[in-house]
Design a protein around this ligand. Structure first.
Ligand code: AFP
Length: 297
């Protein structure tokens, strides 16, 4: 069978969206290479007070520079930056949201981590997630893989030794499966969430939580189930970021036949109020999310 490369597959998508996904793909190879030398912690912290590793900064500045060079991107919102970056010389109108290195605390222990990107073709990253035109993530694991949707289904590609991303799975649908990835400390859970967790355990869902949302999410696309990072007593808004993590992954999950909610509301219908807004997140197949709605209402 002839291999289908990412480039070929993207021919059916809007050409600028396709260029930006290919740009991420190309630069993910450089990020992957930089793991060898940039895994150490630095003395700096990001705007959430989280300690950065050199690779956080490397991936962030590399991707911002490349988006700038592309001239397709007007604004970049990055998890590692306090402010929205406006690109003066841009010809295009795209707004990009970026989590340059999701799960970076897992780099030290050599677990899979990822880069997450969301694309708005009209530049406004502060729009509801439902206005997003495409979303994509790269996983740096035993293999480097890229998953994208341009609202045309969800497709996965694997990086080969010729530096090509080759189609592995097309039109992925999340299976019913029983994996659950429960973020947060149990003693900090609110009663409704605790009841939900007990219900999942009762139904024999199996725990798998790595500390890297991108990797845990990718696992859900294979085995089905649910990822949750709820509101907790010390962080009533949850931990995950609406723009950089929840929105792009919920678009992908929706295209894969699942759903993402904050407990009661659809993530993609939340109008962001701040760039760094956090949200509780429940994301997974329809059946699991129905259960969340039952317990969290
Ligand atoms: P980092 O990129 O700062 O490591 O944060 C990763 C993350 O936002 C998400 O990918 C994980 O699911 C979650 O944090 C893990 O949080 P805990 O460290 O509280 O388990």
């Amino acid at each position: 069978m002839n291999k289908i490369t990412l480039e070929k597959h993207l021919k059916s998508a809007d050409s600028d969206i396709s260029k930006l996904i290919l740009l991420l793909a190309k630069n993910s190879i450089k990020i992957n290479k930089a793991f060898e030398s940039q895994y150490n912690y630095t003395s700096s912290k990001n705007c959430y007070g989280e300690q950065q590793i050199a690779l956080d900064k490397f991936a962030d500045s590399l991707l911002i520079k490349e988006f700038e060079k592309s001239r397709l991107v007007k604004t970049v919102a990055s998890e590692e930056q306090n402010e929205l970056i406006e690109i003066m010389k841009a010809k295009g109108e795209f707004g990009v949201t970026l989590d340059p290195l999701d799960g970076s605390s897992c780099v030290n222990s050599n677990l899979a981590v990822g880069t997450i990107m969301g694309l708005f073709d009209e530049g406004n990253v502060m729009e509801k997630g439902s206005r997003m035109d495409a979303a994509c993530y790269v996983i740096y694991g035993p293999l480097t893989s890229l998953v994208y949707t341009a609202k045309n289904g969800v497709h996965e590609f694997i990086l080969n030794s010729k530096k090509e991303f080759v189609l592995k799975r097309e039109n992925i649908k999340i299976p019913e499966g029983k994996i659950y990835s429960p973020g947060g400390l149990r003693k900090e859970f609110f009663p409704k969430h605790l009841k939900l967790i007990e219900a999942l355990e009762e139904k024999e869902f199996k725990v798998r939580f790595s500390g890297s949302f991108a990797a845990d999410f990718n696992q859900l696309l294979y085995y089905g189930g649910i990822f949750s990072y709820p509101a907790v007593k010390s962080a009533p808004q949850g931990k995950l970021r609406l723009l950089f993590e929840a929105n792009p992954m919920t678009l992908i999950m929706k295209e894969a036949g699942g759903e993402g909610i904050n407990g009661t509301e659809n993530i993609l219908e939340l109008k962001p109020e701040a760039l760094n807004q956090r949200t509780p997140l429940y994301i997974g197949n329809k059946k699991s999310i129905e259960l969340v709605k039952k317990y969290l209402r």
